[in-house]
Structures are given as structure tokens and as C-alpha cells.
Ligand binder design. Sequence first.
Ligand code: DP6
Length: 362
Amino acid sequence: MYENPRLVLDSSNPPEAGSITWRSPSNIALIKYWGKYGNQLPRNPSLSLTLSASCTDTQLEYAFKDEAHGSAIDLDFFFHQSENEEFKVKTLAYLESLSAIYPFLKQLKLTVRTGNSFPHSAGIASSASAMSALALCLCSLEDKLFGTLQDGAEFDKKASYLARLGSGSACRSIFPHAAVWGETSLVAGSSNEFAVPVGDLIHDTFKDFHDDILIVSSAEKAVSSRAGHALMDDNPFAEPRYAQARQRLEMLLGAMRTGDLETFGKIAEDEALTLHALMMCSNPSYILMQPDSLAIIEKVREYRAETGHQVYFTLDAGPNIHLLYPGDIIHEVRKFIEDELAEHCENGYVQQDWVGEGPEEM
Ligand code: DP6
């Protein structure tokens, strides 16, 4: 939808070299995106909270190169100050895939310097923050070179679209507080092609919400998200699952509008367990939860029953537990984590995070 052969630089009037930097956060899905088709299109709408502390800083340097240097994309890539061949190959493939949208990329010498706020080895999904940060840099670059993304809402929409092409969940990181990705009659303007902000549709309590990420294991996942999505194609429960996600989105949006934490928490936990159940009944089956993940889940449910504190869990496609709770019980919950849950974490590691305002240009 954004193919544009006019985005080509005039070599008789080349742009000055420059650089752009964005910081972009990760996000945690409450209604999960699990199953896709076509070019990165979701089988069901998903909803996430935008985080703050888990983020990626990406700097994009660019300089005009003359035609003599050939027409392949010219990229140097540094991750935490070191050249990184694996990320470079992935980023090159991504940039090449954008050639009809951004034909000018081939006319530039590009250098990407990127790094995460969290240890790379923490086992926290970094594709959402990384791909959203890069997409934002590309949109800023377009606007600098051509002045074509002056409108803030159009800028965000295109950044979300480009982020989606890199990693589906990344399209939701562009917006403050909360976002929905995937067409649904419940959210005006929603689309399978990009996410839309829904911060205005939710109660203020969710804008002061915490997500402490309990790192059960930082080992690389046995089955990647990409492979997991693909296994949904032959999962016999796929269709009922997609219908269920739609129903739950409706219930969740209602609960988030009114600030109904019990319903919110129930749906968040049910979604997490459904996601992992889908993995267990894929062919081949696989399990990403670990004994410590289950131990934490049980303790969280017991703690809630005993204290009445509104603390809930969710998981993404891995063994780590995200603890979701409102800001007014932070002291109680942090003590609970320290006393009871940290012992289940790798080296006691907990990444503290909270709902945030979205990406910022640096
Ligand atoms: C379980 O966005 O990582 O975290 O589009 O293949 O890059 P790709 O997948 P990815 O999948 C995320 C799956 C999830 C749920 C979610 O974030 O909605």
C-alpha cells in the first residue's frame, strides 16, 4: 500500500549526510497474535500494553553514494558497538524487501548502530523494540529527504506498517499505552496492515500499570515465534482459537474501558495459557514453559487468593513470566517477588517494566 517509485533521490542535487536516532520500547500482548498469513498479516486482532524500560536505541547514519557503487543496499551494522553479521544479514533482507516502498535506500550508504536497554541474553523478546526502532528511523529518513511524512498520525501509521513487515508484534510498539493490531469492528480504523492506538479507550489505571518480567530462562527458544506461527496452519484448533481471540478482545476492551481488573486479569491469564496450549497441541508438539514457570504461576494465584491483590501473569512465546499489576500495590508486589518468586528466576533476575508513552526520537 506504500509502494512509491517517486521516492528517488536526484543525483544532481544530493542530500547532505546525516543521522537519525530513535528509542523504541517492547510491548506485552494481552490478546495474543499467534497465526499469520500472506505477508505478515494476523489471523486475529491482538492488543498490547506498550512498555518503557525494555527498549532498543537505533541510530541510522546515511550518506549519498554515487551510482558507481552499484545498486545493492550498502549497510554496516553494529550491535552494542560490535559488528554483527547475523543481524546485518537479517536487516539487509528486511531493507531489500522494502525496495518498492523505499527505492532511495539503494542510493545511500547506511550504517545502523543499535543496542538494547536489557541484557541481550535475558531472553526478552527484542524483535518488537528493534524492528519498531528501525522502522521509525526509516520514516524519519523519508521525511528528512522528501518531506512526505509531516503529519504525525500518518508518520505513526507508516512506521507501524513498516515495523509489521519486520516482525508482526513490532507494529504495536509505535503507540503510547496500548495498541490494537488487526481488523475488528470494535476499534474504528483498525487494520491488519498496521496497529492503531487505543490509549483513549482504556481506563487510567492501565496507564500506571507494571509488568515485572521474571526471567526463568535466558536460553534461546527451542522453537522460534516464526516457526510457531507456521505450525498454527495445521493446528486443528486454529479456527476456534481465532474466534476465541475475537470474543476475548471484546471482553477485554470492555474491562479496560471501565477499569475492571478481575476481568482484565482473567483474560490475560487465559490468553497466556491458551498460547502455550496451542504449542502443546501443534504437530510437532512442543513446550516452552519450564517447571519454574509453573511454580510462579501457582504462587501468583495463591498470593492473589490470600491477599486479594490484583496481580496477574502473562507469558509470551517463552518460559518467562510477566507479572501485571497496578501501580498502587507496587510495594507489596515487589516484596512478594523478592520473597517468593525471585528464587525461580535465573540468577534471581527480574526486569522491571511499566506502561509507557511510546517511542521517542533522540
Ligand atoms: C507470542 O511478532 O515475534 O509474542 O511476526 O514472526 O516476527 P513474527 O512474530 P512475533 O510473534 C509474537 C508472538 C507473541 C504474541 C504477541 O506478541 O502478540
